[in-house]
Every structure is written in C-alpha cells, then in structure tokens.
Design a protein around this ligand. Sequence first.
Ligand code: SAM
Length: 467
Amino acid sequence: MILLPESFENRMKIILGPEFPKFSHSFSNPIHHSIRINPKKYPEILNLEPVDSCSTGYFLSQRPIYTLDPLFHAGVYYVQESSSMFLEQYIRQFPEKRLRVLDLCAAPGGKSTHISSILSDESLLVSNEVIHSRAQVLSENLKKWGNPNVVVTCNDPRDFSRLPGFFDIIVVDAPCSGEGLFHRDPSAMNEWSDANADHCAQRQKRILADVWPALAENGMLVYSTCTFNPAENEENIKWLSEFTPVEGIKLDVPDNWNIVTTQAGSIPCYRFYPHRVKGEGYFTAAVLKKGNINMEFSSKSKAALPVAGKAEQSVLKGLIGNYPVSLLKFEENFLAFPTELIPALDQVKSSLRIIHAGIKIGEIKQGSVVPAHELAVSTIVNHAHFPAVDLTLEQSIHFLKRDDFPLDFQERGWNLITFLKHPLGWAKNIGSRFNNGYPKEWRIRMSTSEYTGERLAEEAEKFPKLF
Ligand code: SAM
C-alpha cells in the first residue's frame, strides 16, 4: 500500500467521499501503457485496444523498451499517457480549416504532436516552451513528427501579449503540483507540499492572464493540469470567468468513459481519476472568449525570411514532394514552410524567439545539396528522389547509435536510411565507408550490447505491431 501525503489524502477523502478507498487502492494497480500513432506516417488502424477519446491512441499490453524500436525514433508513434489524449475532443470542436493554434506550455511535445496531427495542412501550430533546454526536446519531437506547419518558440507567456487576438485556439497545459503523477512516479510525492500546490495555483493564474490577450474573440482556451487540486483546477477556471467574459464548452462525453464532470460556475470541467479510467489523474476545461476586447494586431513584415533564388529552388524542389510550401533561406540553410502561412510566420517572427520553423531542407554546397536530418524524418520528403537502404532491426540500432558497421549500398552519395520503409536518417556512401548523418545529440546512448539475436527479437515482440 502506498503512503500518500497526509493533507493530500484528507483533501481527496473530502472530494471523493465513499469512492476514496478505490482511489487510494488504484495507486497499487499496474501502470497502463499507451501510444499515439502519427497518422501522416502510418494511416492504418491498429489491432490494439483503442483509447476512447482519441482516434489515434492505443493501449499496449506491456511496456517495450521504446529506445530499441526504430519506429519510435522515426516519429511513427509517440508515447503518451491516455488521459491527456482527451484534448482531441476539444480541438475537434473547431472544424474550420484554417486555424492558428498556440500550445503555450508544450515540452516535451505530447499535446503538440497530437494537435499537429489533428490540424489541417492550412493551419499553423505555434508550440512554445519557456525553458530553453526543454524547448530543444520539444523541437526534436516535433521534427520527428514531421509536419511543416509548425513553429517552435521559447518565450515567457507574457511575450504573447505582443500578438493580440492572433490565435483561434490556445492550449495551456499548465505546470502543476503533479498529483496525478503519484501513481506512475511515487517519488513525485517527495516534492509535493500544500505550499507548493498554492504556489502552482498562483503561477497558473499569472500564465492565464498573460496569454489571454493573444486569444481571438470567440477563440477557445483549453486548460489542463495533471493534478486533483481544485485550487489549480476549477477555482482557476472560475477566476478566469470572473476576470473576463467567457462561455464554457460542454462536450458530449459518453458515460462509459467514466470521466467525472464538475462545474466551475457555469463552466463544465472534466476530471480523470485513476480508479475510474485506464489512465492517470488529469483535469481539463475549455472556454470561449466573449466580448469585443481584441486589440488590432498590426503586422510588421520587416522580419520576413528571404525566399530562395530561382537557381536554388531548382536544386531543392525535387527533394520534397508536391507540397504547397515555399523555400525560405535561413542562414546557410533552406527551409520549407507552407506558402499561405508565411505572413503568419513573419508576424510570429517579429514578436517572439523562434527556435524552429517548418522543415529544414539542407544546405547547398558547391551546387549539390547536403540534406538536413529533419527532411529525412519529415512528412514531405520525396522518397523517389533518393536511393534508399532498408535496414534490419539490428542494423537500425547500430545506425541510431552512430556505430561503425558494414552496409551495402547500391548508389554513391546521400542515401535515405529506412526501417520497414520508414526513414530514420541519411548516410553518405563515399565508397569504402559511409558517413552517418544521424544527429549526434539524438543518438541512442543506452548500452544495447545485451540486445542482439534472440534477446532483441524477444524485446521486439513487445513493440507496437505496425506492419
Ligand atoms: N504539454 C506538455 C506535453 O503534453 O508534453 C507537458 C507540459 S508540462 C505539464 C508543463 C510545462 O510548462 C513544462 O514544460 C514546464 O517547463 C513549463 N513551464 C514551467 N513554468 C512555466 C511558466 N512559468 N510559464 C509557462 N510554462 C512554464
């Protein structure tokens, strides 16, 4: 039996009443493992138990060592806790084709990769993380996910007031006291205290107030936490509704999803308890911004990125398929960005600190292209343009570790390296050997020496079966 912090336990007894013993026992239950498929890379339905609230979410019967699965590195799926996948229910409330969406507290990228899969190609996702090191991880995950209509920024929430009324949807997955993580990671209890929970509630209010001006009138703000604390949940939503005119969003949630509906004033909120759902603790609510309180946004296009020249375009065009993207020059590199979103990119660039945008295509050196890694794992790479070498599982692990290993090529130059036809990266065949283009900072660092032959095959049995 897990010993919960006393004041947390007392509060939960009041909230849950007779349900408390079931809640308390759930901390000793096994953890559920779930993944979300990248529909641009793998559009099939899987023969696995689906997550109710998410069209691309599935449960796994056991936890694989994801690091050993090349498809995980190829961005074919993302490992995500199932309760958080409920976000899809809100995003789907907006069937408009062209949306500007901000994921404000986005690292490591669970919600952002999910949002990116739901949005149309004509929509823009700005995925922000205030902590620089975490923003790098966020960028890596979004590059692996591979969609071009994404910008990663590293800004404080208050910086977004420079873009008044810019976004149709803002997702605030707020830093919180993390009570919903106690089951998965009991050590999280050591950092928990009433004082810290109060501090989180204050910080969340500040984040909401800071980002609010960036939401368009009738736009939707989705708020979520992974805590059960009412002060960080319903009370913050109520506070927001007192501070500014809003309208709650009521979702059609089937009873058998076992999600608990609560109210923050007139705003419906949804609570996920681990004794009721096959997932961790989670809270979410969404509001529409009402009242004509938008300030005009004036676009400053002076910060626009230059478009690649004609000669450069002709060298680069073949590398990407028939996507409606423009090729822009950024320092020594070229990047592909959806043409009709370029004015929005310029606006974001003039107000925020961008650390990644679109898909980096590569550099042109002495008339030929050095392809960027993120092009290989993107959803726009033109497979037909490159010779490819499909690796075995064991070879793929060597490639992802950047080990020296023998490889047979048909052609010289840059080859697309794939596993089960899903690109992992580039290798340049220079005759007697090859240069591994897999980024050093992304390479597999764990020791894999015990995972060869039968032992590796045994582990591979636990990978999500996508083939
Ligand atoms: N949405 C992410 C996902 O689904 O993968 C998880 C986000 S996590 C719950 C909260 C994030 O907020 C963390 O990445 C944290 O670094 C960031 N954060 C911490 N303090 C913040 C602040 N004052 N303002 C905005 N974000 C903050």
